[in-house]
Design a protein around this ligand. Structure first.
Ligand SMILES: *[C@@H]1O[C@H](CO)[C@@H](O)[C@H](O)[C@H]1NC(C)=O
Ligand SMILES: *[C@@H]1O[C@H](CO)[C@@H](O)[C@H](O)[C@H]1NC(C)=O
Ligand SMILES: *[C@@H]1O[C@H](CO)[C@@H](O)[C@H](O)[C@H]1NC(C)=O
Length: 498
C-alpha cells in the first residue's frame, strides 16, 4: 500500500524516561519514548457550535464538561486567582502539576490568555523553580500559589506552575495550543479559543503528589488540586470520574466529576483495581518525599495480559504483571515494539499496515475497520496475575483514526490507535484511544481505579456492553488531528516489586 502523507508528520520531541520494572532491573535501562503529533490534512473547518452546558447550582459532587477535540485531547476550564482568570487546559492523569502561562512568558511562546499575577488579590509568589518535560515539549517557570477553581469548587492557596517559557507545547500547530488557529506574534493576548473551539492553554495534572515536578526536583511533594479537594474535605467522596464520550461527538460532550460518579454515563458495575505502586528504596531523595501516598506516582494498574481477536486463546499473558499507566493526556496507546506489532497484526492482519518512519505510528487502510476483532486489556486485581482479571475490550474498528478524511468511512488512510514505544521500554501507556471505552473512576482514598463500560462508546468491561447511540453523528472532524502525549518523565524511578 502506498501512503501519501500530504501533511508534515512532525517529530516533536523525545523523552528519556528511566522507567525500570520487573525482575530484570538494571541501573540504566532507559527508554526513549518518542511522541509525535500528527496533523490531519488541514482543511478549514466548519465549526460545530456546541453549546456549553453550565449548571447554575454548584455543590458536591462538582461536575464540569470536558471538551472532546475529536478524540485527540480532552479539555476542561479552570479559573485561577481573585477575581478568577479563565484558562482552558488539558485534563491529564499522566502528570500531577497544574500550570498555565504567565504574563512573563513572551507571546511568541504563550500566545493565548496569560495569567496576570498583579491582577489577583490572593496571589502568593515564590522563588521555587517549576520545570516539566512532557512527551511533546517542555515548560519552565516558577511555582506560585493562588485560588484555583474547577467545576465550581475552589482550593485556596493551591500550588501550581506559572510558565515563563514553553517549548513545543502552546505554539506548535500540532500540539496543545494548535488547532489550526493562527498564532499571534504581536503583543496582544488572544483568548484561548479559536474558530474551531477552545485551545489547550495549560495542563491540569491529576496524578499523585510524588509525580509533581517539585517532588522530582527534590523539593517536598505538594498536593495537586484533586488531592487538596480530598485532604481539605471539599469533596465528601475522595474520587474523581472521567467520561470522554465518543470521538465522533465533538464539543463539550465529556464530563469530569470531582467527588462522585454519573450513573447515566456507564452500564454495569464499576470494577475496581488497585493502583500499582513503585518502590523507590534506592532513591536518594526518599527522605524528602514526605507524602502519605507512599509508592504512588502514576495512576496505573497491574496489567497481566493483552488479548486480540475473538478467542481467549489469542491472549498474550505476561510472565509478571506490568504497569499499565492510565493516561488521559495521551492520544494513542503505546506498547513495547514487539507487542505493538503483534497487536497490529492481530487487529489488521499481517502486511496490512506499515510503520510510518517519521511519526512511528502504524498507518493502515481504513477498510481494515471491517474487522470483527477486538483488543482486550487484562488487568489484575492484585500485584500477582489474577484468575479473574478485569477485561477492558475495545473493538478494532474503534482503534482506527481517520487520517485523510473526516471519518473512518470517508478516509482512505487511517492511523492505528496502538503505537510502538521502544523495544525494551517496559512502557505500557494506555491513552485515549483505548480509555474512552471505559468510564473511569480515580479513587484517591482507596488508591484504586474503577472501570465500567462507557455509554455511547463501543467497547465493554468484563463482557458488559454499553448501549451505543443509534444514530452516529457524522461530525466534521476537520481540525488538525493531534497526538498529544503528556506522560511526564520521572527520573531515577527504580521499581523493585512490580
Ligand atoms: C500565602 O501563603 C501563606 C503561607 O502558605 C499563607 O499563610 C497565606 O494565607 C497565603 N496568602 C493568601 C492570600 O492565600
Ligand atoms: C526547561 O528547562 C530544561 C532543563 O534546564 C530544558 O531542557 C528545557 O529546554 C527548558 N524548556 C524551556 C521551554 O525553556
Ligand atoms: C467469535 O467466535 C464465535 C465462535 O467461533 C462465533 O460464533 C462468533 O461469530 C465470533 N464473533 C466474531 C465477532 O467474530
Amino acid at each position: 500500500m502506498h501512503i501519501t502523507v500530504s501533511t508534515a508528520l512532525l517529530l516533536i520531541s523525545t523523552i528519556t524516561t528511566s522507567f525500570v520494572y520487573g525482575a530484570n532491573i538494571s541501573k540504566d535501562t532507559s527508554s526513549s519514548v518518542i511522541r509525535l503529533p500528527l496533523r490531519k490534512s488541514a482543511k478549514n473547518l466548519d465549526v460545530i457550535t456546541a453549546q456549553r452546558k453550565r449548571s447554575i447550582e454548584k455543590r458536591d459532587p462538582f461536575e464540569a464538561t470536558l471538551y472532546n477535540d475529536g478524540g485527540s485531547q480532552y479539555l476542561v476550564d479552570v479559573g485561577i486567582g481573585t477575581p478568577l482568570q479563565k484558562f482552558t487546559v488539558t485534563l491529564d492523569t499522566g502528570s500531577a502539576d497544574l500550570w498555565v502561562p504567565s504574563t512573563d512568558c513572551p507571546t511568541s511562546q504563550c500566545p493565548y490568555t496569560r495569567f496576570d499575577a498583579t491582577k489577583s488579590s490572593t496571589f502568593n509568589s515564590s522563588t521555587e523553580a517549576f520545570g516539566i518535560v512532557y512527551g511533546i515539549g517542555s515548560v519552565n517557570g516558577t511555582y506560585v500559589k493562588d485560588t484555583v477553581s474547577v467545576a465550581g469548587v475552589s482550593v485556596q492557596n493551591q500550588q501550581f506552575g506559572l510558565a515563563s517559557t514553553t517549548a513545543d507545547i502552546l505554539t506548535n500547530p500540532t500540539t496543545l495550543g494548535g488547532s489550526g488557529t493562527d498564532v499571534t506574534t504581536d503583543n496582544s493576548t488572544t483568548e484561548s479559543s479559536g474558530s474551531d473551539g477552545p485551545i489547550g492553554n495549560g495542563i491540569l495534572g491529576l496524578g499523585y503528589p510524588k509525580l509533581t515536578a517539585a517532588s522530582n526536583q527534590g523539593e517536598p511533594a505538594y498536593n495537586p488540586f484533586v488531592f487538596n479537594l480530598m485532604d481539605q474535605k471539599l469533596i465528601q467522596q475522595p474520587i474523581f470520574s472521567v467520561y470522554m464520550n465518543n470521538p465522533d461527538e465533538q464539543g463539550w460532550v465529556g464530563e469530569v466529576i470531582f467527588g462522585g460518579t454519573d450513573s447515566s454515563k456507564y452500564t454495569g458495575e464499576i470494577a475496581y483495581l488497585p493502583v500499582a505502586q513503585l518502590q523507590t528504596s534506592k532513591n536518594p531523595l526518599e527522605s524528602v518525599l514526605g507524602s502519605s501516598n507512599d509508592g504512588y506516582y502514576y495512576w496505573m494498574v497491574y496489567g497481566q495480559g493483552i488479548g486480540i481477536g475473538n478467542s481467549s486463546s489469542n491472549t498474550m499473558t505476561f510472565k509478571n504483571v506490568v504497569p499499565f499507566i492510565i493516561d488521559t493526556g495521551t492520544t494513542l496507546t503505546y506498547l513495547p515494539d514487539d507487542l505493538a506489532v503483534q497487536v497490529a497484526e492481530g487487529l489488521l492482519g499481517k502486511g496490512n499496515f506499515q510503520l510510518d518512519s517519521q511519526s512511528q505510528v502504524f498507518m493502515t487502510s481504513c477498510s481494515a475497520a471491517d474487522t470483527a476483532t477486538s483488543l482486550r486489556l487484562q488487568m489484575s486485581t492484585s500485584e500477582k496475575p489474577s484468575d479473574n482479571p478485569v477485561t477492558l475490550s475495545v473493538p478494532g474498528s474503534e482503534l482506527l483514526i481517520p487520517y485523510d478524511g473526516p471519518t473512518v468511512e470517508t478516509s482512505t488512510t487511517c492511523i492505528l490507535g496502538i503505537a510502538p514505544v521502544g523495544s525494551s521500554s517496559g512502557m505500557y501507556l494506555i491513552g485515549d484511544s483505548v480509555l474512552r471505552s471505559a468510564y473511569l473512576v480515580f479513587d484517591m482514598g482507596e488508591n484504586r481505579i474503577g472501570f465500567a463500560s462507557a455509554n455511547n462508546v463501543p467497547g465493554s468491561v468484563n463482557g458488559v456492553d454499553s448501549p451505543s447511540s443509534s444514530s452516529p453523528i457524522v461530525s466534521p472532524m476537520d481540525s488538525a488531528y493531534m497526538i498529544v502525549t503528556l506522560l511526564v518523565s520521572v527520573i531515577g524511578m527504580l521499581v523493585s516489586t512490580l
